[in-house]
Ligand binder design. Sequence first.
Ligand code: GCU
Length: 607
Amino acid sequence: MTKKQIITMIAGLLMPLVTMGAEQVPLLQNVQAYESMSLNGDWNYIVDVQEEGYYDYRMNPTHWGFFLNAKPQRPEDLIEYDFDKSPTMKIPSDWNTQDEQLFFYEGTVWFKRSFQAMPMDDCRTLLYFGAVNYDCHVWVNGKRAGHHVGGFTPFNFDVSDLLKEGENTVIVKVDNKRHAEDVPTQIFDWWNYGGITRDVMLVKVTPVYLEDYSLQLLRSNLQGSGSKYREISFSARLNKKESGHQVCVYIPELKLEQQLTTDAEGTVRATLKVSSKKLTLWSPENPKLYDVRLSLDTSTYADQIGFRTIETRDKEILLNGQPIFLKGICMHEEKPNGGGRANSTDDARTLLSWAKELGCNFVRLAHYPHNEYMVREAERMGILVWSEIPVYWTIAWTNPKTLENAKQQLTDMIARDHNRANIIIWSIANETPHSKERDAFLGSLAQYARTLDNTRLISMAMEVTGASNYVNRLNDNMNQYVDVVSFNQYVGWYRDVNDAPKMRWEIPYNKPVIISEFGGGARYGYHGAKNLRWTEEFQENLYIENLAMLDKIDGLAGTTPWILKDFRSPRRVLPGIQDYYNRKGLFSDKGEKKRAFYVLKKWYETK
Ligand code: GCU
């Protein structure tokens, strides 16, 4: 054995995969409520196409990788990387719009950030990431903190035992290469923005903290209208299975307060009664949020929560017991102007105000969980939300790891947002091909979703891709698992141009129907005859014809046309028209309104 091999072997024995003292812990509910130090800002980065910083030349994980942030100690020392001399980019962001050379880049990029810390005995520190696309490994001071897969959900590691007084370093290896077994899989019609795309922070928690809690208005009270009281269910879970801890929930405006003591599982549960007269329900017209104060022993946490109920009755969707028509639009999580991942309240407010201008009370956040700013801003603005995990097109249905991955993303999506009143639909998939393997995969996902949250509606975007004699039939085994049957159809664009007026629809399920996508492309400012593709007039006419067709669909409870704004896609390469943008937006990539915008706005005024 060479000297280098002996050293590698010894090092291997010394450095286990995940260093003791660092672990991924369940997602912290309502992270904003905690004292935290933001690690947003300038991070050094190294583009590592061949993962030199992670594997040795035999493709074995090396113990001398970039995660050590090593510096030459003696003149002859050989260190072939240096974060501090490497360029920086702003985090959170995607690397594609931060560095021109990385516009199309898919691969590994390393990030380093130094920070000052003062570890304290009476508290723990969680390192929290809002999202990292796609596969990321994290080290603190050269020690492994953990690994996460999935580009659109938050995760946190307890790094308390890795911190030291003074200067600390966090290093993140991010790889956004696509693989068949991933979720999403190898092909998808959006830009594969790579990087640390959402907030990073160090969160201070007490050794025992409130890991999760839920406040939900129960459905039952709606029977027998005029009932004097409503019931709100409250439950909470500590990070430790410890009994005897005091948990208090307090809603000052409703003068509701409840003291509880944790059981041996470290949980509490209660039903709070409130007079109906006093309670203002959350709705698009009146997005009422209540200040809620929670405490655990001596620690206190604040949140803002709205109360509403959502359910179906035959082909109707009932919000607070009343039928509602969902006037929606699909959105990708892209900045309002140009490209790049949206990741702030300002981004959200601009995009959502465009949806409001359209007359929307609902948005489908496609095809993955969007950042928390988007969801909370929509809640403040009175916009209902469809939230989805990226089980998109042809996933590796028979791969157990893929199912586990999809379930984890579903768990994290629901864990982060289950207290948001405006989220009414969890979607588990988009445009997936029929097979028994697919049915088994999605069936188990749908059932799992119900175990995580039985207060909201479950759906998925099915598809109707063809008609015979102008009759379109939705026929999907998944209908039995969903509360709302939703499907995408592209009459007038991918098929049956100008035939919408002749179309009839057969949807043999006694459930509400949502048309989760329809639409067509247009280049803003390109004008011509209404049968000339890519003109605004073509798109306008397609909307006119499709909306008239939708008016004839029995059980239609809402729609989310594809899409609010032109968005980047590597699959859209038509020069002078697409230029790597999907042009089905009602707004251009610069926020300019196309003619079809006014057609949909007018139609929503009639709803
Ligand atoms: C599909 C898909 C979208 C895609 C759209 C399109 O239905 O769900 O992700 O962008 O069609 O073709 O434009």
